[in-house]
Design a protein around this ligand. Structure first.
Ligand code: FAD
Length: 465
């Protein structure tokens, strides 16, 4: 029966576009999420056009076969992990840049384009794609849209949703629909673009994306700021945001343990590696003198707020070096501490110091190791619990469960949310009820069944069993 389905897929899409050999497709049974087990799919289909995606969904809907969309598989919530007897649709071969419209400052792309490529092409045209997840060199824009990816430039430019103007989507029933377009404003009917962005591949498969580009900032400077105390560093963020009159493009945080991961991964060091933590600021301006004035003022203010030192990188090479370091933290964790749990809680910015400080107590109480890094300027921190080397698996699992419960309870008390950018997926669905009421969940489920009456598109994700 299962092999019959695979044969049908081969007939429909050709053997060059379907893989089913277990060894070859084993890597499609997981993403970058630690601790979430998947199934080897029945097959992986590699469409090259919207028509093929539509044909696949029509077939799957008729046969009631589950389909799991997949971009580059860098997800951190298990969203692209297949459930039993499902077919993975990998969008990696739909990777064309369709149009860059300089005058309207838009770019139209297929979902499999790697985000960093969009950034580069925009830059070559003197423009800027402001979506910048730390995985920009490896994640696809389709995955960014499905997760509403954030990253290191959210304070100033917003998450992916702020850059998406239009979408082409294949519905679970196979119909192709278009939402939005190239206009910056559009209130003709409901905002379907915003509904689909962040829907984690459960409502439809995104096959084309119209993205907004903005003018490229002429000058930028990155400030790397070590602190002797974590609380000092964290308390200055909301103060600076509300009182300095500046809107930095980024304010990132990494504690000492996080820096050690990046350092080990890159075999590189940063100034003051012994500091308890570092903040990273990026300022942008169209005027060089203005930028210098702003970073000097910011640096002085930070020194008054107990920073140990302020390092300024205002040439591109130095700036890139700092960002490369910051972006390597998650890769270091995945490489050196594979048994971990990377969280993605988000709280209103001013509540973030309390949240981060509490995580060290939550971990210590249970003998766990923890590190914190992330986008403190937008209240989003990747609290990461690590299994101590000698801890038995069963003890780790129990301690982790308790630690997560306490972390989420604290997040709720601080008016926060379960996930800021990584999504619910498989990893967090059992905690959804701590953050959403029954009515909200019911409305969301009704939306899901409106688009996907047979529950064939990415089933088992987001909603608790
Ligand atoms: C080292 C590292 C750093 C990271 N840093 C960040 C960060 O700073 N900010 C951030 O937000 N995330 C970050 N992530 C998480 C991850 O990169 C993002 O969630 C990214 O958006 C996933 O893109 P992807 O192409 O890998 O998607 P996948 O992992 O393949 O899929 C993710 C979800 O999108 C769905 N999907 C994929 N393509 C489509 C499509 N065309 N249509 C419909 N649904 C689709 C899948 O079903 C799944 O639910 C990081 C991950 C790693 C490993």
């Amino acid at each position: 029966m299962m092999m019959d389905l695979v044969d049908e897929l081969m007939r429909l899409f050709g053997s060059e576009n379907v893989k089913f050999d277990h060894e070859e497709i084993e890597k499609y049974s997981r993403d970058e999420t630690s601790g979430v087990e998947g199934e080897i799919p029945l097959a992986v289909v590699f469409p090259t056009s919207t028509e093929q995606v539509s044909q696949l969904m029509r077939w799957a809907n008729e046969r009631r076969v589950a389909v799991v969309p997949r971009g580059a598989g860098t997800g951190l919530s298990g969203g692209a992990i297949p459930t039993k007897n499902s077919v993975v649709v990998s969008l990696e071969r739909m990777n064309r840049i369709i149009e860059l419209d300089e005058r309207n400052m838009t770019i139209v792309v297929e979902p499999g384009v790697i985000t960093g490529e969009i950034q580069k092409i925009a830059e070559e045209h003197g423009l800027y794609y402001a979506g910048d997840p730390a995985s920009s060199e490896s994640s696809s824009i389709g995955g960014n849209v499905a997760e509403n990816a954030g990253g290191v430039k959210v304070i100033k430019y917003g998450p992916t949703a702020f850059h998406v103007l239009g979408l082409e989507v294949v519905l679970p029933t196979g119909e192709v629909v278009h939402f939005g377009g190239k206009t910056l404003k559009n209130v003709t009917g409901y905002d379907m673009v915003r509904l689909f962005v962040g829907s984690e591949g459960t409502l439809g498969i995104v096959t084309k994306i119209v993205l907004r580009l903005v003018p490229r900032p002429k000058y930028a400077a990155v400030l790397l700021v070590p602190f002797g105390g974590i609380e000092d560093a964290l308390l200055c963020v909301p103060k600076l945001l509300s009182q300095s009159g500046l809107l930095p493009a980024s304010i990132e945080f990494m504690d000492r343990y996080s820096s050690e991961m990046a350092s080990r991964f890159l075999n590189e060091s940063i100034p003051n590696p012994e500091a308890e933590c570092h903040l990273i600021f990026e300022l942008e301006s169209s005027d060089k003198q203005n930028l210098v004035k702003e970073y000097i003022e910011l640096g002085e203010t930070l020194m008054q707020m107990n920073a140990t030192e302020v390092y300024i990188a205002d040439d591109r090479t130095q700036r890139m070096k700092i960002w490369r370091f910051r972006k390597a933290i998650a890769e270091g964790i995945i490489a050196f501490r594979p048994v971990h749990c990377m969280e993605d809680v988000v709280v209103p910015t001013a509540n973030m110091p309390k949240l981060i400080v509490s995580t060290y107590q939550i971990a210590q109480k249970r003998g766990l190791e923890v590190l914190n890094f992330g986008h403190v300027g937008d209240g989003n921190v990747h609290v990461t619990f690590l299994k101590p080397e000698r801890m038995q698996n069963a003890v780790w699992e129990q301690a982790l469960e308790e630690a997560l419960e306490e972390l989420y309870r604290t997040t709720v008390q601080l008016e926060g949310s379960l996930t800021g950018e990584h999504g619910v997926g498989l990893k967090r669905k059992k905690y959804l009820r701590m953050f959403l009421g029954e009515k909200e969940i019911e409305l969301m489920k009704r939306l899901k069944s409106l688009f996907d009456p047979n529950n064939i598109l990415n089933p088992g994700k987001i909603f608790p069993d």
